[in-house]
Design a protein around this ligand. Structure first.
Ligand code: CTP
Ligand code: MG
Length: 230
Protein backbone atom coordinates (compact mmCIF):
# COMPACT_ATOMS: atom_id res chain seq x y z
CA UNK A 1 0.00 0.00 0.00
CA UNK A 2 3.05 2.28 -0.14
CA UNK A 3 2.66 5.47 -2.12
CA UNK A 4 4.31 8.80 -2.87
CA UNK A 5 2.34 12.05 -2.95
CA UNK A 6 2.65 15.23 -4.98
CA UNK A 7 1.25 18.22 -3.12
CA UNK A 8 0.66 21.35 -5.19
CA UNK A 9 1.09 24.39 -2.94
CA UNK A 10 2.26 26.96 -5.47
CA UNK A 11 -0.95 28.94 -5.93
CA UNK A 12 -1.49 32.58 -5.03
CA UNK A 13 -4.72 32.05 -3.09
CA UNK A 14 -6.34 35.02 -4.80
CA UNK A 15 -9.93 34.12 -3.93
CA UNK A 16 -9.05 33.94 -0.22
CA UNK A 17 -8.02 37.62 -0.39
CA UNK A 18 -5.54 37.19 2.49
CA UNK A 19 -2.75 39.24 0.89
CA UNK A 20 -0.54 36.15 0.89
CA UNK A 21 -0.67 32.46 0.00
CA UNK A 22 -3.74 31.11 1.88
CA UNK A 23 -1.71 28.01 2.82
CA UNK A 24 0.33 30.14 5.21
CA UNK A 25 -2.80 31.22 7.15
CA UNK A 26 -3.09 29.54 10.52
CA UNK A 27 -5.79 27.27 11.92
CA UNK A 28 -5.29 26.65 15.64
CA UNK A 29 -1.94 28.42 15.36
CA UNK A 30 -0.62 25.96 12.79
CA UNK A 31 -0.36 26.89 9.08
CA UNK A 32 -2.84 25.19 6.73
CA UNK A 33 0.07 23.76 4.73
CA UNK A 34 1.44 22.04 7.84
CA UNK A 35 -1.98 20.58 8.74
CA UNK A 36 -2.03 18.94 5.30
CA UNK A 37 1.60 17.80 5.35
CA UNK A 38 1.20 16.27 8.82
CA UNK A 39 -1.43 13.82 7.58
CA UNK A 40 1.11 12.36 5.16
CA UNK A 41 4.10 12.74 7.49
CA UNK A 42 2.24 10.62 10.04
CA UNK A 43 1.00 8.00 7.57
CA UNK A 44 3.51 5.16 7.48
CA UNK A 45 2.34 4.14 3.98
CA UNK A 46 3.52 7.51 2.60
CA UNK A 47 7.12 7.13 1.45
CA UNK A 48 7.81 10.57 0.04
CA UNK A 49 6.22 13.99 -0.37
CA UNK A 50 6.96 16.08 -3.46
CA UNK A 51 5.96 19.65 -2.71
CA UNK A 52 5.42 22.23 -5.48
CA UNK A 53 5.86 25.79 -4.26
CA UNK A 54 6.03 29.32 -5.54
CA UNK A 55 9.65 30.57 -5.28
CA UNK A 56 8.37 33.66 -3.40
CA UNK A 57 7.22 31.39 -0.53
CA UNK A 58 10.37 29.24 -0.49
CA UNK A 59 12.12 30.84 2.47
CA UNK A 60 9.04 30.78 4.68
CA UNK A 61 8.06 27.23 3.72
CA UNK A 62 11.57 25.87 4.34
CA UNK A 63 11.44 27.45 7.79
CA UNK A 64 8.07 25.81 8.51
CA UNK A 65 9.23 22.37 7.34
CA UNK A 66 12.07 22.65 9.75
CA UNK A 67 10.04 24.02 12.66
CA UNK A 68 7.33 21.36 12.38
CA UNK A 69 9.81 18.56 11.59
CA UNK A 70 8.32 17.49 8.29
CA UNK A 71 10.90 14.95 7.10
CA UNK A 72 9.27 13.36 4.07
CA UNK A 73 9.59 16.39 1.78
CA UNK A 74 12.76 15.42 -0.09
CA UNK A 75 11.87 17.33 -3.20
CA UNK A 76 10.77 20.95 -3.37
CA UNK A 77 9.88 21.78 -6.95
CA UNK A 78 8.96 25.11 -8.49
CA UNK A 79 5.29 25.55 -9.30
CA UNK A 80 4.02 26.61 -12.71
CA UNK A 81 1.42 28.98 -14.12
CA UNK A 82 -1.51 26.61 -13.49
CA UNK A 83 -2.04 23.87 -10.91
CA UNK A 84 -1.52 21.30 -13.66
CA UNK A 85 1.91 22.73 -14.51
CA UNK A 86 2.94 22.63 -10.84
CA UNK A 87 1.97 18.95 -10.64
CA UNK A 88 3.73 18.18 -13.92
CA UNK A 89 6.95 19.66 -12.51
CA UNK A 90 6.58 17.39 -9.49
CA UNK A 91 5.76 14.34 -11.57
CA UNK A 92 9.00 14.73 -13.53
CA UNK A 93 10.92 13.87 -10.34
CA UNK A 94 8.92 10.65 -9.79
CA UNK A 95 10.25 7.31 -11.06
CA UNK A 96 9.34 3.63 -10.82
CA UNK A 97 5.88 2.18 -11.11
CA UNK A 98 4.17 2.30 -7.77
CA UNK A 99 1.22 4.44 -6.77
CA UNK A 100 1.33 8.23 -6.90
CA UNK A 101 -1.21 10.44 -5.18
CA UNK A 102 -1.94 14.07 -5.96
CA UNK A 103 -3.42 16.06 -3.08
CA UNK A 104 -4.16 19.79 -2.85
CA UNK A 105 -2.33 21.51 -0.02
CA UNK A 106 -5.55 23.49 0.47
CA UNK A 107 -7.44 20.37 1.74
CA UNK A 108 -6.14 19.90 5.29
CA UNK A 109 -9.00 17.65 6.49
CA UNK A 110 -8.25 14.50 4.49
CA UNK A 111 -8.38 11.39 6.66
CA UNK A 112 -5.87 8.56 6.67
CA UNK A 113 -8.47 5.81 6.30
CA UNK A 114 -9.79 7.47 3.15
CA UNK A 115 -6.26 7.78 1.75
CA UNK A 116 -5.77 4.05 2.33
CA UNK A 117 -9.08 3.05 0.72
CA UNK A 118 -8.21 5.21 -2.28
CA UNK A 119 -4.68 3.82 -2.60
CA UNK A 120 -5.97 0.25 -2.48
CA UNK A 121 -8.49 1.00 -5.20
CA UNK A 122 -5.80 2.53 -7.42
CA UNK A 123 -3.59 -0.51 -6.93
CA UNK A 124 -6.49 -2.63 -8.13
CA UNK A 125 -7.66 -0.48 -11.08
CA UNK A 126 -4.82 1.92 -11.98
CA UNK A 127 -6.75 5.13 -11.27
CA UNK A 128 -9.05 6.18 -8.43
CA UNK A 129 -10.39 9.46 -7.08
CA UNK A 130 -12.25 10.45 -3.95
CA UNK A 131 -15.53 12.35 -3.91
CA UNK A 132 -19.00 12.68 -2.43
CA UNK A 133 -22.49 12.46 -3.94
CA UNK A 134 -23.91 15.88 -4.91
CA UNK A 135 -26.42 17.11 -2.32
CA UNK A 136 -28.03 20.02 -4.15
CA UNK A 137 -30.30 19.94 -7.17
CA UNK A 138 -28.10 20.62 -10.18
CA UNK A 139 -29.14 22.54 -13.30
CA UNK A 140 -27.36 23.31 -16.51
CA UNK A 141 -27.49 27.06 -17.18
CA UNK A 142 -26.58 29.09 -20.26
CA UNK A 143 -26.66 32.90 -20.24
CA UNK A 144 -28.77 33.01 -17.09
CA UNK A 145 -31.38 30.57 -18.40
CA UNK A 146 -31.93 27.02 -17.15
CA UNK A 147 -31.41 24.53 -19.95
CA UNK A 148 -32.13 21.39 -17.98
CA UNK A 149 -32.17 19.73 -14.58
CA UNK A 150 -29.38 17.22 -14.46
CA UNK A 151 -30.19 13.84 -12.89
CA UNK A 152 -28.56 14.21 -9.48
CA UNK A 153 -28.13 10.57 -8.63
CA UNK A 154 -25.31 10.27 -11.15
CA UNK A 155 -23.44 13.42 -10.05
CA UNK A 156 -20.49 13.44 -7.66
CA UNK A 157 -18.46 16.32 -6.30
CA UNK A 158 -14.84 15.39 -6.75
CA UNK A 159 -12.01 16.13 -4.32
CA UNK A 160 -8.38 15.15 -3.85
CA UNK A 161 -6.43 12.97 -3.26
CA UNK A 162 -6.51 11.29 -6.63
CA UNK A 163 -4.39 8.16 -6.99
CA UNK A 164 -2.79 6.55 -10.03
CA UNK A 165 -0.29 4.00 -11.18
CA UNK A 166 2.75 6.20 -11.94
CA UNK A 167 3.03 5.08 -15.58
CA UNK A 168 -0.63 5.99 -16.23
CA UNK A 169 -0.36 9.48 -14.72
CA UNK A 170 2.88 10.17 -16.60
CA UNK A 171 1.31 9.14 -19.89
CA UNK A 172 -1.74 11.32 -19.16
CA UNK A 173 0.39 14.37 -18.37
CA UNK A 174 2.55 13.89 -21.46
CA UNK A 175 -0.51 13.64 -23.68
CA UNK A 176 -2.10 16.73 -22.09
CA UNK A 177 1.13 18.71 -22.64
CA UNK A 178 1.27 17.59 -26.30
CA UNK A 179 -2.37 18.55 -26.85
CA UNK A 180 -2.09 21.73 -24.73
CA UNK A 181 -5.04 20.49 -22.72
CA UNK A 182 -5.52 22.02 -19.29
CA UNK A 183 -7.97 20.26 -16.98
CA UNK A 184 -9.24 21.14 -13.52
CA UNK A 185 -8.20 17.85 -11.97
CA UNK A 186 -5.75 15.02 -12.64
CA UNK A 187 -8.36 12.40 -13.44
CA UNK A 188 -9.62 14.49 -16.37
CA UNK A 189 -6.21 14.01 -18.01
CA UNK A 190 -6.36 10.25 -17.40
CA UNK A 191 -9.92 10.10 -18.79
CA UNK A 192 -8.48 11.41 -22.08
CA UNK A 193 -6.45 8.19 -22.36
CA UNK A 194 -9.75 6.29 -22.30
CA UNK A 195 -8.58 4.70 -19.07
CA UNK A 196 -11.21 3.85 -16.47
CA UNK A 197 -11.19 5.96 -13.30
CA UNK A 198 -12.85 4.52 -10.16
CA UNK A 199 -14.44 6.63 -7.47
CA UNK A 200 -14.25 6.04 -3.72
CA UNK A 201 -16.72 7.74 -1.38
CA UNK A 202 -15.00 10.16 1.00
CA UNK A 203 -16.63 12.69 3.32
CA UNK A 204 -18.02 16.21 3.20
CA UNK A 205 -15.38 17.50 5.67
CA UNK A 206 -12.64 17.24 3.06
CA UNK A 207 -13.22 20.83 1.91
CA UNK A 208 -10.84 22.93 -0.12
CA UNK A 209 -10.09 26.24 1.56
CA UNK A 210 -10.89 28.62 -1.27
CA UNK A 211 -12.82 31.72 -0.12
CA UNK A 212 -12.82 33.53 3.27
CA UNK A 213 -15.99 31.84 4.55
CA UNK A 214 -14.28 28.44 4.20
CA UNK A 215 -12.22 29.44 7.25
CA UNK A 216 -15.41 29.40 9.37
CA UNK A 217 -16.22 25.91 8.11
CA UNK A 218 -12.64 24.89 8.88
CA UNK A 219 -12.97 26.06 12.51
CA UNK A 220 -16.20 24.08 12.83
CA UNK A 221 -14.61 20.91 11.42
CA UNK A 222 -11.68 21.25 13.82
CA UNK A 223 -14.08 21.62 16.79
CA UNK A 224 -16.07 18.58 15.68
CA UNK A 225 -12.91 16.49 15.37
CA UNK A 226 -11.66 17.55 18.79
CA UNK A 227 -14.93 16.25 20.25
CA UNK A 228 -14.58 12.97 18.32
CA UNK A 229 -11.09 12.56 19.68
CA UNK A 230 -11.83 12.99 23.37
N1 CTP B 1 -1.70 25.42 -7.06
C1 CTP B 1 -0.39 25.21 -7.52
N2 CTP B 1 0.06 25.90 -8.61
C2 CTP B 1 -0.72 26.80 -9.24
C3 CTP B 1 -2.05 27.00 -8.80
C4 CTP B 1 -2.51 26.29 -7.70
O1 CTP B 1 0.34 24.41 -6.94
N3 CTP B 1 -0.22 27.46 -10.28
C5 CTP B 1 -2.17 24.68 -5.86
C6 CTP B 1 -2.69 25.58 -4.74
O2 CTP B 1 -1.60 26.02 -3.92
C7 CTP B 1 -3.68 24.69 -4.02
C8 CTP B 1 -4.18 23.74 -5.12
O3 CTP B 1 -3.28 23.88 -6.22
O4 CTP B 1 -3.10 23.93 -2.99
C9 CTP B 1 -5.62 24.04 -5.53
O5 CTP B 1 -5.70 25.32 -6.12
P1 CTP B 1 -6.63 26.52 -5.63
O6 CTP B 1 -7.50 26.09 -4.52
O7 CTP B 1 -7.22 27.15 -6.85
O8 CTP B 1 -5.56 27.52 -4.94
P2 CTP B 1 -4.97 28.88 -5.51
O9 CTP B 1 -4.71 28.75 -6.97
O10 CTP B 1 -3.83 29.23 -4.63
O11 CTP B 1 -6.17 29.89 -5.23
P3 CTP B 1 -6.85 30.93 -6.27
O12 CTP B 1 -7.29 30.11 -7.46
O13 CTP B 1 -7.99 31.51 -5.48
O14 CTP B 1 -5.79 31.95 -6.61
MG1 MG C 1 -6.34 28.39 -8.38
Amino acid sequence: MAYQVIIPAAGLGKRMRAGKNKLLLELKEVPVLIHTLRVFEEDEACRKIILAINPQDEKEIKKLLNKYQITKVNDLVAGGQERQHSIHNGLKTVHGDGIILVHDAARPFIRKDHIHRLTEKAEETGAAIIGVPAKDTMKKVTNGVVMETVERSSLWVVQTPQAFRISILKEAYEKAARDQFVGTDDASLVERLDAEVSIVEGDYDNIKLTTPEDLYFAEAIIKKREKEFY
